[in-house]
Design a protein around this ligand. Sequence first.
Ligand code: NAD
Length: 370
Amino acid sequence: MQIFEMMGKNDHEQVVYCSNSESGLRAIIAVHDTTLGPALGGTRMWNYATSEEALNDVLRLSRGMTYKAAVAGLNLGGGKAVILGDSRTQKNELLFRTFGKFVDGLAGRYITAEDVGTDVRDMEYVRMETKYVTGISKALGGSGDPSPVTAYGVYVGMKACAKEKWGSDSLRGRKIAIQGAGQVARYLCEHLYSEGAELYITDIIDEKVKRILETVKAYVVKPEEIYDVDAEIFSPTALGGIINDDTLPRFKFEIIAGGANNQLKDENMHGKKLMEKGILYAPDYVINSGGLINVSNELEGYRQDRAMKQAEGIYEIVKKVLTISKEQNIPTHVASNKLAEERLRRIGGIRKIYSGYSTFSGRLGELSTM
Ligand code: NAD
């Protein structure tokens, strides 16, 4: 009964518990909403303390995917899976192939991909048992590294914020502080540098910074100092929870637009505080949806040029979110949730009950449907 109550709280459609003694697999797949299409979302492998903690996480993450896909204009629903275990010591072929069998059993209602604790290799094992998996290598017909597409989406989303804030979307001469010098940041820096922005970068690993400096010019700051940089734009592209009570009072930024997930430590409180401080915040799941756009393109036969074109649409989506926020005087993350819910309601009318991927005949991504 407790599980039904938890599912009912946010209207989850289906939760599947997977258990197999031979492989040691213990996993939960959550399908939150298939109004717009098959539920796509990655598989997280994590050492959860209890199965209840794992259930909570998979319910929260799968719901997040519904919103992300909906606001990105994709014809996909929201789903997610968690495998209970230590990703450093308990991963093997049998585990992921067994998991793949369970995914296959859902006949396309759920499509998986990699997430924290899983990688391309693991998904290739899953692929041996089911076609309902994305995020596999280019050599095997997949989309490979999503970072170039994610970075491009963050870049155009940032430009949309600049347009709103300063009346021009040019980033020439703008001071931009970027937290994290990983895959997404690397491509993002290249776009920003080509446009003539002044960059401030940081990472906890020096080699990552050095690699970026091979292609762009940037000032390097210490990890803790990034929050104090006197820049106009802050781009969190490393880890979540970095907009919090400690960092927020230090911000002199006018815009926050970055690739990291879950940037607001407390969604409601810190989202509201940013608004009160006059800082324009591009909701993370909107601006970093290029990653999802990228893997969703695998379902139609991957082409990076098409994924990039779709990611370009993030500019207009961010503009829409900012307009709703301004008109209704609500924080931007609330505005993006509204936009997602509105699309679910509108399109839900024609796809009330989704009956399986094999019968799905619509296109998987159409930004023009927004
Ligand atoms: P990545 O691992 O390549 O890069 C993250 C970088 O952040 C690493 O270099 C790491 O050393 C650095 N870092 C960690 N803690 C730090 C700290 N305290 N200060 C400064 N740097 C720190 O990851 P990525 O693929 O570039 O992704 C970056 C973020 O964007 C992640 O939050 C990820 O979840 C999110 N994201 C990525 C994609 C994608 O396509 N890769 C898509 C959507 C969201």
